[in-house]
Design a protein. Structure first.
Length: 381
């Protein structure tokens, strides 16, 4: 009888053990699934951050905020080497500690991490200790993980997460942190191209308008405030003829006067740039194509009615320049009155937020380049 009871108890205990193991596996499976879902949400948030904000700095700060919120990280700092110095691109740490945080590459334990491209975990054993890289801060961080960042095997900086609790990262899932790190690298790799565009944006000498590159940075920020916009590209189709028939100086004045008139007659929400040579772009932010037709017809009519000529003062300056540079090509003077009348060819297309603006512009440019030389119209493609 006693043996039977013991056997039954053993079987019950074994059953409970098997049940607990099964439950544990299910819980672990659920945790892994939940973590994967969280990672997918974070990736989606990263992509949204790239599209919603304009400057590189804003995007990096946004993804740092996303990580802090989604993964409940106490402190997170992203430091990037810009070619000259290390800069804190994003951090929720008090700025008074940034000098220490952007000098971690000089700390011996992190030098090894950078050289081996592996994370480095550091912690203290009690509240009275401080981390080796800390200078004036005793109470803020008691444990940290340092991640060197690489783009195509080129070291670009690091990401460091910190906690105010000793040994807080002892049991952390490093796989998840590696995924986050790769997401950071992906974002940095994406925005580095935008940073290049931002650095080469310039203003045109004659018109004072921004160049084409402006459209892909600050200009796109304005355009993408709306779901649908209309992109217009126009070309002064007889500019080359004016330069050849009269002089380049008169051609330059045609460019100046045409752009000035249009700039003075559009609202600030519309982005206006000199695209290239005789081609210009107007982005009608938040306006459908059929809503700009009348406006463009009026602009075209007014511009093509212009009589543009050099003033007497400009002619004297030109004559003086020719005398000083008798071999200068493409410049001539005449006693007769030289009047230029610009001719414009317009093409427009719809642009939807989140799609390729560069593809729309390429399509518009190709149309103008291959249009009949005498075409002077407004075309919707």
């Amino acid at each position: 009888m006693i043996i039977a009871v013991v056997v039954i108890l053993v079987l019950i205990v074994m059953g409970l053990v098997i049940y607990n193991v099964t439950i544990h596996k299910k819980i672990q499976k659920f945790k892994n699934m939940n973590q994967k879902i969280t990672n997918l949400y974070v990736v989606q948030d990263f992509m949204n951050a790239i599209g919603e904000t304009s400057s590189v700095e804003e995007k990096i700060k946004k993804i740092n905020d996303i990580m802090i919120e989604r993964y409940e990280i106490k402190y997170s700092t992203i430091v990037v080497f810009d070619g000259a110095e290390y800069q804190v691109k994003a951090s929720n740490v008090d700025p008074k500690h940034w000098n220490a945080l952007k000098a971690l590459q000089n700390v011996d334990m992190f030098k090894d991490s950078i050289q081996s491209a592996t994370p480095k975990y550091v912690t203290v054993n009690n509240e009275n200790e401080k981390l080796p890289y800390q200078e004036m801060e005793f109470g803020r961080a008691k444990s940290a993980i340092f991640f060197p960042l690489y783009i195509d095997n080129v070291y670009i900086g690091y990401w460091i997460i910190e906690s105010g609790t000793p040994h807080d990262f002892d049991n952390v899932d490093t796989t998840v942190l590696e995924v986050i790190k790769e997401n950071i690298v992906s974002v940095l790799k994406t925005v580095v191209h935008q940073k290049t565009l931002e650095s080469i944006v310039r203003k045109d000498l004659f018109t004072g308008l921004y160049s084409e590159e402006y459209l892909y940075g600050e200009g796109k920020k304005t355009i993408d405030q709306y779901t649908l916009s209309t992109i217009c590209m126009f070309k002064i189709i007889n500019l080359q003829e004016i330069n050849k028939k009269y002089c380049r100086e008169l051609g330059n004045k045609v460019v100046t006067e045409v752009s000035k008139y249009i700039k003075d007659n559009i609202v600030p929400d519309y982005v206006f740039v000199r695209y290239m040579g005789p081609k210009f772009v107007i982005a009608f932010s938040g306006v459908e194509a059929n809503g700009v037709a009348d406006f463009l017809n009026e602009i075209k009519e007014k511009v093509e009615a212009m009589d543009i000529e050099l003033t007497e003062e400009e002619k004297k300056e030109l004559e003086l320049e020719v005398k000083l540079q008798p071999s200068k090509k493409g410049t001539k003077t005449t006693e007769t009155k030289e009047v230029a009348k610009p001719k414009l060819n317009f093409v427009i297309s719809s642009y939807y937020k989140g799609t390729g603006l560069e593809e729309v512009l390429k399509k518009l440019e190709e149309y103008l380049d291959y249009a009949d030389a005498k075409e002077s119209d407004i075309t919707n493609i």
